[in-house]
Unconditional design. Sequence first.
Lengths: 437, 322
Amino acid sequence: MRWTGRAGAALLTIFAMLLAGCSAGDSSDTAGSGPVHITFWSALRGSQEVVDEYNRTHTKIKVDFEQVPSGDQGGWAKLSNAARAGNAPDVATIEYPQLPGYAIDGVPRDITKMLPDSVRRKIMPQAMDLTTFEGRTYALPVDIEPMVFLYRKDLFTKHGIPVPKTWAEFESSARKLKKADPRSRIASLFTTGGTLHMAGYSWQAGARWYDTTGETWRVSMDDAPTRKVATYWQRLLDDDLVRVEPSSSQQWRAHLQSGETAGWLAGAWAAGSMMASTPGGKGKWAIAPFPQWDLKKPSLGTQGGSTFMVTKDSNHPKEALEFISWMVTSPDALKAKLSSGISSAYPTVPELVPVARKEMDTSYYSGQDIFSLFEKEAKLINPRWKWGPRMVSTISSGDDGLARAGAGSGSILDALREAQRKTMPDLKSLGLSVTER
Amino acid sequence: MSTVTSSTRAPTSSAAAAPAKPLRKAGQRQQKLAAFTLLAPFTVLLVAVFLVPVGYAIGLSFFSEDHDGLGFGGGETVFTGLRSYLAVLSDPSFVSGFGAILLYCVIFVPAVVVGALALALLLDSGLMRLRRTAQMLLYLPHAVPGVIAAVIWLYLYTPGLSPVIKLFAQADITIDFLGLHTVLPSIVNIALWSGLGYNMVIFYAALQALPREVIEAARIDGAGGFRTALMVKVPIIRGSVVMVCMFALIGALQLFTEPMLMNQATPMVNSRFTPNMYIFDAAFRRNNYGLASAASVILLVVTCALSYAVTRWAGRRERSAR
């Protein structure tokens, strides 16, 4: 009997612990006077410095910052779970592709009415469009990343290869480079992370993977512009003109460092990342505008970029919005962020670009005025693009397919089609109005 | 196994039955109490970690977040009937998970049964030296938790880290354990490594219980060791073979740990590689609990049906054999 009693007690303890675990982390409301405390989650580098600067210069609002893992390392799941449990932070960071999914799940607050016009006007309209659905704004974008071409200027000069202005020239440059040095490739076709690159290329070509006209998600990851892009890259792949590897992988970085991979197609942020990860490349790299399909009708997609949301759970939405408006529009916030290390993230607020340019030491790129280039390119961003409701899993499905295509099983277009096929049941089960074009 | 415990209890209950009526009543009550006490932990656990979650999952699978149009107006949880089930069944990645399991079974089940049986027969025949040591060494991998085992093997599979790949490379052989066609055999290999010893012990125990006179009779009839093993021992322990097959089958349907870790290392194992991984992905990557619950219920039904079918089939064979 004593034994069962004790066992029962033990079970009760376990249950109590489980229950406590579920309700832990309640945000304590500071009643009465004193500053309002808001919590902020981010995986972005330099966030701590930005928060410190804010707390130093502001007295009415105090921000408690928590560094969270990046999205694919568990950050997305952490935010979803917290929101589900009702204890999401007041402010969270999310990338553009993932925002619509969170908005449908009811994590961010609709800030359309709260957002002062003075703030909205400062931000590039193309960036605001990516965080606005059906006229409702769900987040403030902090950086937008027009795609550019980073290349080894020294190698291009050595082999007498012209810097490609169009995709046709890109292909011929790729062939010339491989001919000049059989071990060398002009760029990489990414497996992991590749779907986001394909999205950027397709975006540029005029594709619309998710069309939201008519209150319906009209999904087509193989529309005519995408097919053009996929066919083009398939040819580069089949002719062994690009290196196949996961993005941000050890092997990819090693190839960049050794010069075996002579180029990188990525968002503007890549300039800073390259400086930090490949210090030996100083003076060798340069940045060119992204290759175009038609020079007379230039257009561009983006790759990367983040937004800040005020969550629905927040008890202090007004203060939270004030904080994120400051992070996005204030020169002090940008300077604090840049003080933590090199970053070439392109601000969504054009009037901050001179600040970023001034803080950036471009001797790595032989003094090239890279921010003027970004500024010119950012204006070309095609405004028609929308991300879909479940991009985390759509992207990973696409990446799986690209890895198989890279290993010679199936094609790039198959990978995108399969990503769409694997996404549809999910959207339908949510009750969303969706059609395949 | 249960017969052993009841037979040891028998003397005490017959002793309790001897005294007068009131005492017997008290004894009965005590017995009831004892039975209740002994069953309680099991019942509590069964209810708490099986019946309640299953009920919850079934509930979740019929109720789901519902949205209008693009879905930005905010959703509400409503009864959606079979919508989640239809979505799961129309998802090619869920169905292909069963395909992967089937392929896995085709390689794993015969390999583990034949391998474990061969080892057990070897041990039983006395051909193997140091029987106890061999038995322990073979069983040892099973004591290693699945996650740890997967991590160890992943280390041996990963190019650039693996000493095995390096060794092969020195002999000018390039080997890719995580390639398109090698990844499934690589998973089977991990499962074999940890499962072989365990199943061998089951077979070995069954072989130990064989009546020695039957073996002797076979020997007198002129059957060699090999023939005795194949024609006499194996048919007699058929029950154990069926049980191991069933466990392997159910284990295969639950396949999760190894491919989940491999998913981190190679894109050839996608995040919905097996039905269990599909469920995990639906719940925690897609935040679609209705979909995840429906997939769980389907997996539960398939597992139950398959177990039932295997037992029925084995039972019928047993009966017809008699």
